[in-house]
Write a protein that binds this ligand. Structure first.
Ligand SMILES: Nc1nc2c(c(=O)[nH]1)N[C@H]1C(S)=C(S)[C@@H](COP(=O)(O)OP(=O)(O)OC[C@H]3O[C@@H](n4cnc5c(=O)[nH]c(N)nc54)[C@H](O)[C@@H]3O)O[C@H]1N2
Ligand SMILES: Nc1nc2c(c(=O)[nH]1)N[C@H]1C(S)=C(S)[C@@H](COP(=O)(O)OP(=O)(O)OC[C@H]3O[C@@H](n4cnc5c(=O)[nH]c(N)nc54)[C@H](O)[C@@H]3O)O[C@H]1N2
Ligand SMILES: [Mo]
Length: 769
């Protein structure tokens, strides 16, 4: 049945990386025209005096190495450093209704925003406005709200520590904790789950640990596409003969084999390093069952070994000294049957036992994970069961071992550290009172899902977005977008035009900011900002390019402008802080003591690591790490199981979240299109589907659900993934995810697990012929 030739669908035979990756970089740079500008930018990526790569949050080896090749980074940099401009002339020529019909790719491809803009409702266009007038009108609108809790302040994770700190300071002085954040859609399950398990919501490892581990487990992430620099680390591990175990429903090329562009011999001989030794194609949402199965096996093996007079398989000394709650976990695992584990995971007993035995044999294990684990209704519980598995053998807080949530945006972790959180602590309230002399409430504000609900219900009337593309990133655009249209005020601080900017409120402002590649000059001279990577390393970032337009302001300057206009009685010296970012860093240090000696330490090559208590086996206030129980194995209660598939939504190789660079997904063999649904061949057969047939996908969260959510006009593509599982791209799949379908503990939308029904259409594929 695979005989039929479908345009743009092929098998990808190569390894990840290799010449294809180099060619993609050349294309990315060339397509953005202003050669020279980008190539000089590329030379400064992640250099000691350069800027932090906006591509991802994977750390750099010492952050002082010479340019480390990365396709992802090259695309992100050239996309920002582009020669194209979306000028007032462009906006004069197009109404918002007209632009709405453009693709996400086409909108951003217009280039960098150049002038502050305000929405003119009569003309349905954005028109230029001065910065002073924009700030004054935004301040007036924010002050006019009956209560500060009626405004939402979104942050996307590229925001620097300095900008994020000023932003949260402004919002708190204004009087709310409404901080919807891209992290709420991403690693919130980590931020909520790990503190309960380990006392801290961050990863416990550093790059050095990767050099020392003797087994590595990778759950639910796709480094070949999303963290290409991680492949270098995985390659080194594989070369050392250390087993890498991948757990992923899809066969992802970057987890299978890699040709390193850093190594000329591999490139010239076209050879590749195999990555994962074992690849477990778990069912979507079957990880909980796999993890419980592995732990069940370990407990049994431990009991057997002890009764045979051995020392056991678990690290009993560690468990006794450092943990609590094992008995409850034992009970839960005793209640869990192997039949259930096998059914829910889709893996055989033998496979699960082999994974557990490999784990038991290793002395130093690192477990990495990504969105395949967090974006589920049981995301927090997934995270906590991974922590359980590591704790059973003392794999936290010793060299070469630990948990590694692989973060997304380059500073998503830092934004949280410097105060972007809807759940402030008393310590933060006290520290801000001491430093600035104002109080803010301890009450919890809105996360991303709550913010959209509040906007939908009219409880929130204003939305300020520090970057990002909230309307497209969130689930359920049919709820989110109409809700945003009812706002009194929308403010977007951005580098490029996207769909969220095209949803006009009564008053809407589009404020263009400097990007990370650009020189940021303030009263005291050239400034640098700081970011924190996935491994809690903080380092400086300084742009070197001439700004895309002379009218751009830095993000800290824009925050200060809005703050002064909104808070006439402000207690903060906004101008002083913006004049010299060292002062912002002094303030960060005053409010968050873990940044002690910030300005000095960040000037050391490579920066410094923030204290992560669990890395030192310090478990925080609880005093112990905790084994936690996640009852049962089912992700979604649902009926009619037989004809339903579980759909996951993921990134193609040619996109950065909602930014669509192009239409190829090289490692999955797709080119020139994104309208695909990857399915198992038996599932296709059962539905009478052939490769390339047009289909409808209907979301089936529950039978009672009144409105049906359907996307049409996709094609079925056979792919190596388990029966009952299917996959399509984000954001195309977001219409199928109801706003209410999220992890109850962390609020993370269940983007990776949507029960769907697939139906054949009789229309032909428009790409054919
Ligand atoms: N080039 C590029 N780089 C990026 C991004 C980008 O869009 N483009 N985005 C950045 C951001 S914000 C983030 S958060 C990260 C995201 O990086 P990833 O965490 O890799 O995100 P996804 O592409 O969503 O893919 C997740 C992986 O999980 C697998 N998966 C899906 N469902 C399940 C499941 O139920 N169980 C298991 N075990 N696996 C599953 C998918 O097959 C896929 O391989 O990347 C960052 N880096
Ligand atoms: N179905 C589905 N949905 C998902 C996901 C999924 O896996 N599946 N993943 C979720 C995840 S992990 C995340 S993190 C979110 C991402 O959600 P967001 O962070 O909101 O989205 P991005 O696409 O990263 O934002 C892109 C925009 O950021 C702006 N931008 C770029 N650089 C800068 C800068 O330096 N400063 C400023 N101010 N603006 C800038 C540009 O205007 C650009 O259009 O999406 C989530 N949505
Ligand atoms: Mo993310």
């Amino acid at each position: 049945m695979t005989e039929r030739k479908v345009p743009g669908i092929d098998e990808y035979e190569g390894a990840a990386g290799g010449w294809g990756a180099l060619a993609a970089v050349a294309r990315a740079v060339k397509s953005q025209m202003a050669v020279g500008r980008e190539t000089s930018a590329l030379r400064r990526v992640n250099q000691p005096t350069g800027f932090d790569c906006p591509g991802c949050a994977w750390p750099d080896p010492k952050h002082t190495s010479s340019f480390e090749f990365c396709e992802n980074g090259a695309k992100a940099v050239s996309w920002e450093a582009t020669g194209r401009r979306a000028t007032p002339g462009f906006f004069a020529g197009h109404t918002l209704s007209e632009l709405w019909e453009w693709s996400d790719h086409a909108l951003e491809d217009e280039g960098r925003l150049t002038h502050p803009l305000v929405y003119d409702a009569g003309a349905d266009r954005y028109v230029p406005i001065s910065w002073e007038d924009a700030f004054a009108r935004i301040g007036e609108a924010l002050r006019a709200l009956p209560h500060p809790d009626m405004a939402e302040f979104y942050t996307s994770g590229r925001t620097s520590n300095e900008a994020a700190f000023l932003y949260q300071l402004m919002v708190r002085e204004y009087g709310t904790n409404n901080f919807p954040d891209c992290s709420n859609m991403c690693h919130e399950a980590t931020s909520v789950g790990l503190p309960e398990s380990l006392g801290v919501g961050k990863g416990t490892v550093t790059l050095d640990d990767f050099a020392q581990c003797d087994a590595l487990f990778s759950f639910g992430h796709n480094p070949g596409t999303n963290h290409p620099r991680m492949l270098t680390t995985l390659r080194d591990i594989s070369k050392r003969g250390v087993p890498i175990v991948a757990v992923n429903p899809l066969r992802e090329r970057g987890l299978e084999r890699f040709t390193s562009p850093q190594h000329p011999s591999e490139m010239l001989t076209n050879t590749a390093t195999p990555i994962a030794q074992t690849y477990y194609q778990v069912k979507i949402g079957g990880d909980l069952a796999l993890l419980k199965g592995m732990m069940k096996w370990l407990l049994q093996a431990d009991a057997d070994d002890l009764s045979a007079g051995g020392a056991g398989v678990l690290d009993h000394a560690f468990i006794a000294e450092h943990t609590e709650g094992l008995d409850a976990l034992r009970d839960d695992l005793a209640r869990t049957t192997w039949e259930e584990v096998v059914e829910h995971s889709g893996l055989s007993y033998e496979d699960i036992a082999a994974a557990a035995a490999l784990y038991a044999k290793a002395e130093r294990v690192i477990l990495c994970y990504g969105m395949g684990m967090t974006q589920h209704r049981r995301g927090t519980q997934n995270v906590q069961q991974m922590a359980n598995l590591l704790l059973l053998r003392g794999n936290i807080g010793k060299p070469g071992a630990g948990i590694a949530p692989i973060r997304g945006h380059s500073n998503v972790q830092g934004d949280r550290t410097v105060g972007i959180t809807e759940k402030p602590t008393q310590a933060l309230v006290d520290a801000i009172r001491q430093r600035y002399g104002f109080e803010f409430p301890l009450t919890h504000g809105h996360d991303a899902v709550e913010a959209v609900r509040a906007i939908r219900d009219g409880r929130s009337r204003a939305l300020v977005c520090m970057g990002g593309n909230l309307a497209v990133a969130m689930p359920d655009p049919e709820t989110t977008i109409p809700a945003m249209r009812t706002l009194d005020l929308a403010v977007h601080i951005a580098t490029k035009l996207n769909r969220s900017h095209l949803i006009p409120a009564k008053q809407a402002f589009l404020l263009p900011c400097l990007g990370r590649t650009e020189r940021d000059v303030q009263a005291s001279g050239l400034q640098s900002v700081t970011v924190e990577d996935s491994m809690s390393m903080v380092h400086a970032s300084q742009g070197g390019l001439t700004p895309a337009s002379e009218h751009l302001l830095s993000e800290p300057a824009i925050v200060a402008g809005i703050a002064k206009a909104t808070l006439p009685e402000t207690k903060v010296d906004w101008d002083g802080l913006v004049a010299d970012y060292d002062r912002i860093r002094d303030d960060i240090e005053a409010v968050f003591p873990m940044f002690g000696d910030f300005n000095r330490r960040v000037r050391e090559p490579g920066g410094f690591r923030l204290y992560v208590a669990a890395s030192e086996r310090d478990w925080g206030p609880a005093g112990k790490a905790r084994f936690l129980v996640a009852p049962g194995l089912d992700e979604d209660p649902r009926e009619d199981r037989d004809d339903l598939l579980t759909l996951t939504t993921l990134r193609s190789h040619d996109q950065y979240n909602t930014t669509i660079y192009g239409f190829d997904d090289r490692y999955r063999g797709v080119s020139g299109r994104r309208d695909v649904v990857f399915m198992n061949r038996h599932d296709m057969q059962a539905r009478g589907l052939q490769q390339g047939d047009r289909i409808d996908v209907e979301s089936c969260m529950s039978r009672e659900q009144a409105a049906t959510r359907t996307v049409s006009g996709f094609i079925a593509v056979e792919y190596d993934l388990p029966r009952g599982s299917a996959a399509m791209y984000y954001p195309e799949g977001n219409r199928l995810v109801p706003l209410d379908s999220h992890d109850p503990q962390s609020g993370t939308p269940a983007y990776k697990s949507v029960p769907v029904r697939v139906r054949k259409l009789s229309v032909p594929d428009p790409h054919a012929g």
